[in-house]
Design a protein around this ligand. Structure first.
Ligand SMILES: Cc1cc2nc3c(=O)[nH]c(=O)nc-3n(C[C@H](O)[C@H](O)[C@H](O)COP(=O)(O)O)c2cc1C
Length: 200
């Protein structure tokens, strides 16, 4: 699944001009794309790392304040996701407003986004002008997760990526992952200030 919407590009370029003129522009490619993810068992982490490598993103891994292992924690996870309970997370390091695009990654839990990602999205995502979503899942639920995340963010994603557990084993997601990473790079594209002012 891949949706790409580049209509926000001009607004972002203007913001880049303003940021640069105020001395706030990012100095390295690592500052354009923030990739924030939660992963309980490593699947979403693997996808996040591959995306980050492909588009030179800064990575923020969400850490919980409470351990989540064992069968009871599995049940708790499903219940939290289903009931839309936001699970406590540790303070994050990166300020998403410093980035041109923020990619949010979560596993699908009981057809919903994982509760630690919900906490982050509720606290931060409305600050981001451009967002992208990716998730891993056993087989179903991603569409609803992305709809919920778009509603929480107050904006549609510039790109989405779904990877199933089976695809993680076969590698069948790699072409789509490359397209997703390219969409992030395109959304975060920054030209020189003089060029931007000419095209504004
Ligand atoms: C509590 C719980 C509920 C889940 N519910 C779903 C689901 O509704 N649909 C689905 O396709 N996969 C579901 N899964 C499977 C996970 O989405 C899948 O294993 C995912 O890749 C895990 O990501 P992670 O390793 O990054 O934690 C669920 C997993 C857990 C732990």
């Amino acid at each position: 699944m891949m949706r790409v919407n580049m209509t926000a590009g001009r607004a972002t370029n203007l913001r880049c001009v303003n940021d640069r003129l105020r001395g706030r522009r990012h100095s390295s490619p690592m500052d354009h794309i923030l990739l924030t993810y939660y992963s309980r068992t490593g699947n979403t982490e693997r996808v996040a790392e591959e995306i980050a490598t492909a588009c030179h993103a800064t990575v923020e891994k969400l850490q919980e304040t409470r351990r989540r292992s064992g069968f009871l924690a599995y049940l708790r996870s499903g219940r939290e996701a289903w009931k839309k309970i936001a699970a406590p997370i540790q303070p994050t390091k990166e300020d998403p407003t410093h980035f041109d695009v923020v990619a949010l990654g979560t596993p699908v839990w009981a057809g919903h986004l994982a509760s630690p990602m919900r906490t982050y999205v509720e606290a931060h995502a409305r600050k981001s002008r451009q967002v992208a979503f990716f998730c891993t899942q056993g087989g179903a639920g991603a569409d609803k997760v992305f709809r919920d995340m778009a509603a929480l963010c107050g904006t549609e994603p510039v790109a989405t990526l779904v990877v199933t557990e089976k695809e993680l084993k076969t590698g069948a997601y790699r072409d789509r992952l490359a397209l997703f990473a390219k969409a992030l790079s395109d959304a975060a594209n920054v030209e020189e200030p003089a060029d931007l002012l000419r095209s504004a």
